[in-house]
Design a protein around this ligand. Structure first.
Ligand code: PLP
Ligand code: TYF
Length: 394
């Protein structure tokens, strides 16, 4: 049977990671995969994570199966972190998943089960895995305009116009904060306008939130999600703990299905648990337990927030330094958008040819669509990148 297999397209972000490793030059800068790195280029284990892991080692008495939905305490604490008090707990069905990707995959499968006719509208551009998983699950994808290549901000009029082409029952995939790959985000009045459109047309939002705390702060980054979740009849939320807890390899995510109809949560919960069972039975527990331990312990939680805030402010400082350096070198404000963007990424908005030129000439590794990972920089490499951008003629 194996002779029937065909090579599948590689993930260009992961392929770039490999290329960087194989580059023998000393002077090279990795701005590819979305992993946070500190000024020393290390992806650290956060202090609160180490402490929680130690506590789990000391106190855990069993590693027997949890439940199909994972430990209910994990769902409760994550719901609190993401939604605060914006939605009544009784309206939310939630399961632990292997990472945010697991949540995204299960959400798409749920959509396919509930409404095989539904199309999913995705931003242009979006995280490539959204598109490839939708295709794999067999859901029709429609692209809506999102990034304005002139201003490098959100093309909001274009977005709204394109979403008006959606039919009742279609799903609109939104990034909760820190849009990947662009770094351009909706402001709160734009979120409100999106909510109005969703309700007018009977569209169902699905929010992917993978960077809460990396943009404007933990609460601020959740404002859009909370507004949507509390204002529409139904929504899906896929969350990841990979970035904000730095537990990438532990595979820790959560999928929520929210229905304002009080009696639907039970069936939604059973369906999510069923999907977990079909795909892998019990979701991973270690990362979820680490997160629950941290969020439920005031001291660990405070220390986690402190370290997350340092991380966030560090990335903002790098953004400002890069924007300033580019202003100095170019004598213009045309790179000011880098300081306006939020999260790990900015899309420079240049061609694959110039991205390639920066890689060949200056050892700068960014994704071919010109996405750069701000956390891949430090105070010493910012001027190198700025010079490479100007030298390439971006
Ligand atoms: N969604 C978006 C937009 C992302 O950028 C990521 C990337 O890490 C994820 C989901 C999923 O992350 P993970 O599966 O590592 O938790
Ligand atoms: O966009 C990124 O770089 C992160 C990490 O298949 C990632 O979201 C990249 C590719 C992939 C899975 C995760």
């Amino acid at each position: 049977m194996f002779e029937n297999l065909k090579p599948q397209p590689a993930d260009k972000i992961l392929a770039l990671m490999q290329m960087y490793r194989e580059d023998p030059r000393d002077q090279k800068v990795d701005l590819g995969v979305g992993v946070y790195k500190n000024a020393e280029g290390v992806t650290p284990v956060m202090r609160a994570v180490k402490a929680a892991e130690q506590r789990i080692i000391d106190e855990q008495t069993t590693k027997a199966y949890t439940g199909l939905a994972g430990d209910p305490a994990y769902a409760d604490t994550m719901i609190d972190l993401i939604l605060g008090t914006s939605v009544e707990r009784s309206k939310i069905a939630a399961v632990a998943t292997p990472g945010g990707t697991g949540a995204v995959r299960q959400a798409f499968e749920l959509i396919k089960m509930a409404n095989p006719e539904a199309r999913v509208f995705v931003s242009d551009p979006t995280w490539p895995n959204h598109v490839s998983i939708l295709k794999y699950v067999g859901i029709e994808t429609v692209v809506y305009r999102y990034f304005d290549t002139e201003t490098r901000a959100v093309n909001f009029d274009g977005m709204i116009e394109d979403l008006k082409g959606a039919k009742t029952g279609d799903v609109v995939l939104l990034h909760g904060c820190c849009h990947n790959p662009t770094g351009a985000n909706l402001n709160i009045s734009q979120w409100k306008a999106v909510v109005e459109l969703l309700n007018e047309r009977g569209l169902i939002p699905m929010i992917d939130i993978a960077y809460q705390g990396f943009g404007d702060g933990l609460e601020e980054d959740a404002a859009g999600v909370r507004l949507v979740a509390s204002s529409v009849p139904e929504c899906l939320i896929a969350a990841s703990c990979s970035k904000n807890f730095g537990i990438y390899r532990e595979r820790t995510g959560l999928l929520m299905a929210i229905s304002q109809k009080g009696d639907e949560a039970g069936l939604n919960q059973k369906t999510l648990a069923y999907l977990n069972r079909q795909n892998y039975s019990f979701p991973p527990d270690h990362g979820a337990r680490v997160v629950t331990t941290i969020l439920n312990d005031p001291e660990l939680r405070a220390d986690w927030q402190k370290e997350l805030e340092e991380t966030r402010l560090g990335m903002l400082a790098l953004r400002q330094q890069l924007a300033d350096e580019l202003q100095r070198l170019s004598g213009s404000d045309r790179f000011g958008f880098i300081a306006e963007h939020r999260g790990m990424f900015s899309l420079l908005g240049t061609t694959p040819e110039l991205v390639e030129k920066m890689r060949v000439d200056a050892g700068i590794y960014m994704v071919g669509d010109s996405r750069l990972n701000i956390a891949g920089l430090n105070a010493q490499t910012v001027p190198i990148l700025a010079k490479a951008i100007i030298d390439a003629g971006v």
